[in-house]
Write a protein that binds this ligand. Structure first.
Ligand SMILES: Cc1cc2nc3c(=O)[nH]c(=O)nc-3n(C[C@H](O)[C@H](O)[C@H](O)COP(=O)(O)OP(=O)(O)OC[C@H]3O[C@@H](n4cnc5c(N)ncnc54)[C@H](O)[C@@H]3O)c2cc1C
Length: 84
């Protein structure tokens, strides 16, 4: 996967923590990391549960996208009252 990404122009910055994502008009322009400022045209955020901390400041709510839907209410019994 790494090799395939590199062939497509992906740049990997390893051993660094992503601190924030900068953007203009809804487009990512840079990632601020513990190893410095990395300019970009696009960014893949795959930080698992920690993705929320990077996405929330951009107005992207991961919680609502991933939250399980509320289970439907218990159906009323199909059994006619007369048989209960
Ligand atoms: C206790 C537990 C048990 C689970 N059991 C199962 C199971 O049995 N089966 C199953 O299918 N799923 C299970 N899951 C869910 C599974 O772990 C996740 O769905 C899966 O790991 C998500 O993969 P991911 O690549 O998106 O994120 P992750 O595997 O969480 O990887 C995210 C990576 O990003 C890195 N990272 C985080 N923040 C930053 C940052 N700011 N900068 C740089 N790097 C960062 C992390 O160090 C990590 O290496 C379990 C989860 C938990 C918590």
């Amino acid at each position: 996967m790494v090799k395939a990404g590199e062939e497509l122009g992906v740049r990997y910055v390893t051993g660094a923590e992503a601190l924030s994502v900068e953007g203009v008009r809804g487009r990512a322009t840079a990632v601020v990391t513990s190893a410095g400022h990395v300019e970009c045209d696009e960014v893949v955020i795959a930080c698992g549960a920690d993705s929320r901390a990077l996405l929330t400041p951009l107005g992207i709510n991961v919680a609502s996208a991933c939250a399980p839907t509320r289970p439907p209410p218990c159906p009323r019994s199909a059994t006619p009252r007369s048989r209960r």
